[in-house]
Every structure is written in C-alpha cells, then in structure tokens.
Design a protein around this ligand. Structure first.
Ligand SMILES: *Cc1c(COP(=O)(O)O)cnc(C)c1O
Length: 369
C-alpha cells in the first residue's frame, strides 16, 4: 500500500464545482481586490469564529505581524512565545523589533505550559502569543488570567486550530487580536496564500484594515506607514465555499484522530499527545512521539507510508536566530520534542483501512526494534 503524508485529492473533489462556480463569478465581477467576496468572507468567518470582527489578510504570518503592530509592540518590548512552534510565530515578533521570550511547552500536549509563563514576565513584557499547535487548544483560562493580572495583550496563533475549543469557547476568540492562516494545507485552506485577523475590538479591526492597505482608509490619504497585506479576492471567494464543508471535514479529522488513538493504544514505545482538560483538538496534524523516531520514519517510508516532522529544529536553535545567543540545552523540552515527534498521514479522505495499514507497520517496526 502507498499512503502519502498528505493529499488534496479528496478535498478537491468535494469542492471543485464550487471553486469553478465562484471563480467565474469572481472573474466576471471585474473587481479583483477587496471586493464583495472579501466582505462576505470576513462576515462569515467572524460569525464562524464568534468574534465581532474579521479582517482578511495576505497570510498567517502577516496576520500575526499586523496584530503586533496594531498593539503598538516594537523595539524594546518583549513578547512571550512557546519554544516549540512554527517559525512564523517568532518571525512576526522579530519584524516589529521586539524580542521573543521563549517558554517551554508541556511535553505531553506540546502546547505552551502556562505554569512557566509568570517567571519570565518583566517590565518590558507586552504580550503572550499562545499557539494552538497541531489543532489542540492551549489552556486559555490560565493564560488569560496571567495576562489580565499583568496587563498583557494576548495574540493567539490560531493557524492550526480552526474550530478548536477551550471550555466551549473557540480558539481565535480569546485574545485581544488573533491571527490565523488559510495556507492550503490548514484545516480551512485556500488555494494560495491567505490569512485573517479576528478581534472583538472595533478599533483594532479598523487599525488592521488601515495597516493591510498602505496605511490608508481613504484611498490616497495615508494615516500611518502601512503595508500591502490584503487577502486576494479569489482566495476569499474560495474560502467562502470552503466554510460550507467545514463541519464535514472537521468531523472527518476528529474521526481520524479517534481511530489513530484507539488503534495505537498499547504500543509502549509510542506516546500519543495528551489533550488538556477542557481542550479539544481539530486534528490539524496527527503526531506521535517516540525515541526511535528517525528509524521508524525510515521504516514507514520503505513501506509506503509518508510522514513528516513538525518541526525538526526549534526556533531558538535556528541559524537565523543565532544573534539571540541560545545554545543546545537552553530549552530541553522543545529540543526533545524536535527529536522525537513524528506526524502520520492525515488528510480528508484517509480511510480506516489505510490507518490499519499504518498502525500495522508501526507495530511491525517495534516488534523487531
Ligand atoms: C502556517 C502557520 C503560520 C503561518 O501561516 P502562513 O499563512 O503560512 O504565513 C503561523 N503559525 C503557525 C502555527 C502555522 O502553522
């Protein structure tokens, strides 16, 4: 059997007719930037995420960056971020001139450990950026109460967790300004680059709208130094169509998570991610941890099973962050996760038969290793 790590083919089959229909509508509209599809998507996504406002932007990274700019974060400020995350979260801090301050994740959830946050708060700390990694909500009650106590902003990175909840409240609706990505492989994925900011605050929403469009609200009148970070009109049209399939696709992702968890139980060498009390996961990536990760990955590859590592190098050890002066050993939990984590095939259309085959291969590997 050949099982890719990821394929769009089933999702695309679901949505192809809608994609063609909205493309024709978009094309014939003769309005290609910030038109009716963008307004419609912003309204739909705000409703979906249960926030007062949504502003469509060009990518998840741009959404994170604009959120920090709108909050006035810059040189001399510190922003708390998990030591285990995708590099984009950290880059957005660096763009503003602020300094990323890393906090270790819990090993069993891989999400930021709220118990370690207060120890790194200083007079310079301005914000906390929780990342709902792999689709699982962070422990938002604890994070929000620390933020409130110390008067800090919260910017959620919700790129991987569309529809996840903590105590019944959706991720992307807790923070002051939140960012998400619609990169094609995300749970709600465009067919190119796209992202969004969500917020309950009308003033922040207005600021993001100005910042994404050259710093102007009225064309040719520029209030602030802005950017060209607008969402593509066609991506907005496609994303509107994608929202119609959200429940179907998310239920399927949750079901895949459930099947993997049941079938992988009892393999001592495989650690499944724990779901924190109160949190749900929308299974963006199905990851396991094992000390024999590299050999297992090789074995699965030889037996037709595609896998990936999210992520092999923690941000503090990336070459681009050499200047921060960190060394191996500074964030041992992030470093251990990077050495042991493995993402299994996970996509719309993955069948139980295929999951059985993958689990069978994992069991055979551990029988002889
Ligand atoms: C994908 C991703 C981003 C960046 O989104 P882009 O749209 O690719 O810029 C940021 N943070 C996390 C956790 C992501 O997974």
């Amino acid at each position: 059997m050949e099982i890719p790590f990821f394929t769009f083919s089933h999702r695309n089959k679901d949505i192809k007719q809608d994609a063609i229909r909205v493309f024709e509508e978009f094309f014939d509209s003769e309005w290609y930037v910030l038109g009716k599809f963008t307004s419609e998507f912003e309204e739909n996504y705000a409703k979906f995420n249960q926030t007062n406002h949504c502003v469509g932007v060009s990518s998840g990274l741009d959404a994170l960056h604009l959120a920090l700019v709108a909050l006035g974060i810059g040189k001399g400020d510190e922003v708390i971020v998990p030591s285990h995350t995708y590099i984009a979260t950290v880059l957005s801090i660096t763009y503003t001139g602020a300094t990323p301050i890393f906090v270790e994740p819990r090993k069993d959830t891989c999400n930021i450990n709220p118990e370690l946050i207060e120890a790194v708060i200083t007079k310079k700390t301005k914000a906390i950026m929780p990342v709902h990694l792999y689709g699982q909500a962070c422990e938002m009650d604890a994070i929000m109460s620390i933020a409130n106590k110390h008067n800090l902003f919260v910017v959620e990175d919700n790129a991987q967790a569309h529809g996840a909840e903590y105590n019944g409240k959706l991720t992307g609706s807790f923070g002051h300004i939140n960012a998400t990505s619609f990169y094609p492989t995300k749970n709600i994925g465009a067919i190119g680059e796209a992202g969004a900011v969500t917020t309950d605050d009308e003033q922040f929403a207005r600021q993001i709208r100005v910042l994404r469009s050259y710093g102007s609200q009225k064309t040719y009148y520029n209030e602030v130094i802005g950017y060209n970070d607008r969402i593509d009109e066609y991506e907005a049209a496609f994303l509107n169509a994608s929202l119609l399939y959200f429940d179907k696709w998310t239920n399927e992702r949750k079901n895949i998570d459930k099947m993997y968890r049941e079938k992988l139980q009892g393999i001592n060498e495989v650690q499944l991610l724990t779901i924190a009390e109160g949190a749900t996961t929308v299974n963006h990536l199905f990851t396991i941890r094992t000390s024999k990760r590299d050999d297992l990955q090789k074995y699965l590859g030889e037996n037709g099973v595609g896998t990936k590592i999210h992520y092999p190098v923690p941000p503090h050890l990336q070459k681009c962050y050499e200047d921060l002066g960190y060394q191996v050993g500074d964030f041992p939990i992030a470093e251990e996760i990077a050495k042991t984590i493995l993402s299994l095939p996970n996509y719309i259309g993955l069948t139980e038969k295929e999951i059985d085959y993958i689990v069978h291969q994992i069991k055979s590997f551990f029988q002889s290793n």
